[in-house]
Design a protein around this ligand. Structure first.
Ligand code: NAD
Ligand code: DAU
Length: 369
C-alpha cells in the first residue's frame, strides 16, 4: 500500500500533461515527489511553477534511458513507488517519426524496469513489502472497436495499430515479463483519452480551443465520426492513487470515464462553450471554423473503456462528467493564455506546419462546416 504521506515516490515524465497534474495532486495531499523528466517539447516546468521552493518536490532533468541515473535516484531517495508516465505520447508524431517512440517508450521502460529491479532486490522488510512500480499505459494497446463492440476490458487481446500504440503495448509486455520472471511488484493501468489543464495544444481538445480563440481552422480528421472515451485528468490522478493504495501486484486496471463522444461532437461542444464564454469574440459562432482535413493514416475508429474492475475492486469512480470537465478545461485555457503562448514555441509552429499544411483540406461534401 502506497499512500500520500511523508514517504517519497519517484515519478517519471512529471513535467508533462498527466504527470504534472498527478505531481501537483500528490504534493497537495501531503506527498513528496522526485520528478525525473527529460523536458522534451512536451515537458514544461511552468506546469509545476506553484511548487517552486517547495521541498516536497525535487526536479531532476534526465533521460529514463539512463539506467545509472535512475539507479542512483532510487538509492538516494529510496522511494516507496515509481510512477512511470514518461513517454512520447502523440499518435500523429509517431506516424511522422516513430524512432523516438521506440527509444523512449520501449528502451526507456526497459531501463526503468532494470533499475527498479536492482533497487527492489536490495530492499528488505516493510520497504520491500510496500514497493510498487506503476506503469501508466493507454487503451490504444487494444486497437480499435466497431460501433457495436463491447468496451475494452482487461482481458481484451492486444492489437495496437499505430507506432505509438505498438510501443506502449511493447512496454506493457515488458512490465508483465518483469513481474512474472523477476517478481517485480508492478501494476499496469490502461487509460482512455485524458483532457484538462496543461495539455499540450497538439492534442484534440487544447488544439481546438487554441485555434478557435485565434480564429484559425478547426482541423477535423476524416469524417469526424471517430469515437474516444474522455476522462478528466484529475480523475486519472485519483485512479492512480487508488491503484497505488489498493491495487494488486501483477494486475492491470482499465481506467475510463464512460464518456464516449465522436470527435465532431467534442469540437461542436467546444465551439458552443466558447460562444458562451467569449461572447465578444469576432469568430462567433466558432463552429464556422470547422474544416475537414485528410484523415490520420490507420486511424482507430473507436475506443471505449470498461472500468468495472477498478470501480468494483478499488472503489474508484470518475468525479467529473464530460460536461463539467470540459467547462473547467475551457475556463482553464481562457485564464491561462500566457501558458499556451509560452509552449507554442518555434518548434511547435514547425510541427503545426508539418502536420496540417501538408494535410490537404478535404471537401467532405460540405467542405468547411
Ligand atoms: P506528455 O507527452 O504530455 O508528457 C510526457 C512527458 O515525458 C514529458 O514531460 C516529457 O518531457 C517526458 N519525457 C519524454 N521522453 C522522456 C525521456 N526519454 N526521459 C524522461 N522524460 C521523458 O504525455 P501525457 O499525455 O502526459 O502522457 C503521460 C503518460 O500517460 C504516457 O505514458 C501516455 O502513454 C499515458 N497516457 C496518456 C493519455 C492521454 O490521453 N494523454 C491517456 C492514457 C495514457
Ligand atoms: O486513448 C488514449 C490516448 O489518447 C493516449 O494514449 C495518447 O497519448 C493521447 O494522445 C490520445 O490519443 P488520440 O490519438 O486519441 O488523441 P488526439 O488528441 O491526438 O486525437 C483525438 C481524436 O481527434 C483522434 O480521433 C484524432 C482526432 N484529431 C486529432 C487532432 C490533433 C482530429 O480530428 N484533428 C486533430 O487536429
Amino acid at each position: 500500500m502506497v499512500e500520500r504521506g511523508a514517504e517519497v515516490i519517484l515519478v517519471t515524465g512529471g513535467a508533462g500533461f498527466i504527470g504534472s497534474n498527478f505531481v501537483l495532486d500528490w504534493v497537495e495531499g501531503g506527498g513528496r515527489v522526485v520528478n525525473l523528466d527529460k523536458l522534451t517539447y512536451a515537458g514544461n516546468l511552468e506546469n509545476l511553477a506553484s511548487l517552486e521552493g517547495n521541498p516536497a518536490h525535487t526536479f531532476v532533468r534526465g533521460d529514463i534511458r539512463d539506467v545509472g541515473l535512475v539507479g542512483r535516484l532510487l538509492e538516494e531517495y529510496r522511494p516507496r513507488a515509481v510512477v512511470h508516465f514518461a513517454a512520447e505520447s502523440h499518435v500523429d508524431r509517431s506516424i511522422v517519426g516513430p524512432e523516438a517512440f521506440l527509444q523512449t517508450n520501449i528502451d526507456g521502460t526497459f531501463s526503468m524496469l532494470q533499475a527498479a529491479r536492482g533497487y527492489y532486490e536490495g530492499l528488505v522488510g516493510a520497504e520491500r513489502e510496500g514497493f510498487r512500480f506503476l506503469h501508466v499505459s493507454t487503451d490504444e494497446v487494444y486497437g480499435t472497436l466497431t460501433p457495436e463492440a463491447a468496451a475494452f476490458h482487461e482481458e481484451t487481446p492486444y492489437a495496437p495499430n499505430s507506432p505509438y500504440a505498438a510501443s506502449k503495448a511493447a512496454s506493457d509486455h515488458l512490465v508483465r515479463a518483469w513481474v512474472h520472471t523477476y517478481g517485480l511488484p508492478a501494476i499496469v493501468t490502461n487509460c482512455s483519452n485524458n483532457y484538462g489543464p496543461y495539455q499540450f495544444p497538439e492534442k484534440l481538445i487544447p488544439l481546438m480551443i487554441a485555434n478557435a480563440l485565434a480564429g484559425k481552422a478547426l482541423p477535423v480528421y476524416g469524417d469526424g465520426q471517430q469515437v474516444r472515451d474522455w476522462l478528466y485528468v484529475g480523475d486519472h490522478a485519483s485512479a492512480l492513487r487508488a491503484v497505488l493504495e489498493r491495487g494488486r501486484v501483477g494486475e492491470t486496471y482499465n481506467v475510463g470515464g464512460g464518456n464516449q463522444r465522436t470527435n465532431l461532437e467534442v469540437v461542436t461542444t467546444l465551439c458552443e462553450l466558447l460562444d458562451e464564454l467569449v461572447p465578444g469574440s469576432k469568430f462567433r459562432p466558432h463552429k464556422q471554423l470547422v474544416t475537414y482535413v485528410a484523415d490520420r493514416p490507420g486511424h482507430d475508429r473507436r475506443y471505449a473503456i470498461d472500468a468495472r474492475k477498478i470501480e468494483g475492486e478499488l472503489g474508484w469512480k470518475a468525479a467529473e462528467s464530460f460536461e463539467t470537465g470540459l467547462r473547467k478545461t475551457v475556463h482553464w485555457y481562457l485564464t491561462n493564455a500566457a501558458w499556451v503562448a509560452d509552449v507554442t514555441s518555434g518548434a511547435y509552429q514547425q510541427w503545426v506546419t508539418k502536420n496540417y499544411d501538408e494535410r490537404s483540406k478535404v471537401d467532405a461534401g460540405e467542405g468547411t462546416r
